[in-house]
Design a protein around this ligand. Structure first.
Ligand SMILES: [Zn+2]
Length: 216
């Protein structure tokens, strides 16, 4: 049984949002699943791509996993959930954009960087988080304020690693080189709502917008 909170949330959806967007849903039911972009985001409950990009149904194909990791291309008899999403999104849906969306205070990145909560020893999560690679060993690690618990350099490194690994998939590399597919890296700050986007020329993450001023 769903919790009361989720039941009441669905009730609001059915009675309010669906009523408002019913023509969109009905059109999408006929048109099918044809999004223009794939977002690879963390599972973190505070980082919801549809909310951050203010999109509606049918607009984003979303893959969420721990620490927004893309593994390198590899074949074999294992279960490649993230790679299967890439295969479907790129070769079946033919999305034009892939956005790797990292975020601040990422629990997966913290577990990797600090061995927090013993998560890195887990049967599944340890090997998964090791895909982040070592920011400390990376020549591209970002400077930070010296705080030992500043996760941002590792969060950015995870995004960069995922972008690099995307290009190990031959059908992604081919589409990128042909100008049919564009890869993007972005980092969302949960507290401020600021989105930084990787500038491929400067190789730096830069704010997409100037910060918004709020009046009390
Ligand atoms: Zn996270």
């Amino acid at each position: 049984m769903l919790s009361g909170e989720l039941r009441s949330g669905y009730t609001r959806f059915q009675r309010q949002r669906y009523v408002k967007d019913c023509q969109t849903y009905q059109r999408l039911a006929v048109r099918g699943n044809r999004p223009d972009a794939l977002v690879i985001s963390c599972c973190d409950s505070r980082v919801t791509p549809e909310v951050i990009f203010d999109t509606g149904p049918g607009e984003l194909f979303v893959m969420r996993n721990i620490a927004n990791i893309v593994p390198p291309f590899e074949l074999g008899g294992q279960y490649h959930g993230t790679s299967a999403v890439l295969d479907f999104a790129v070769r079946r849906l033919e999305v034009r954009h892939i956005i790797v969306l990292g975020h601040s205070d990422c629990g997966g990145v913290r577990a990797y960087a600090e061995d927090a909560d013993g998560l890195s020893n887990g049967e599944f999560i340890g090997p998964w988080l090791n895909l982040i690679g070592s920011a400390e060993q990376s020549k591209r690690g970002e400077q930070h304020d010296g705080c030992a618990h500043d996760l941002r350099p590792v969060e950015l490194q995870s995004i960069r690693n995922s972008l690099d690994n995307l290009l190990t998939f031959p059908w992604i590399a081919a589409r990128v080189s042909e100008g049919l597919l564009y890869l993007h890296g972005a980092h969302f700050d949960v507290g401020s709502g600021a989105l930084s986007v990787l500038n491929v020329v400067s190789d730096e993450f830069e704010p997409l917008l100037e910060s918004v001023e709020f009046s009390e």
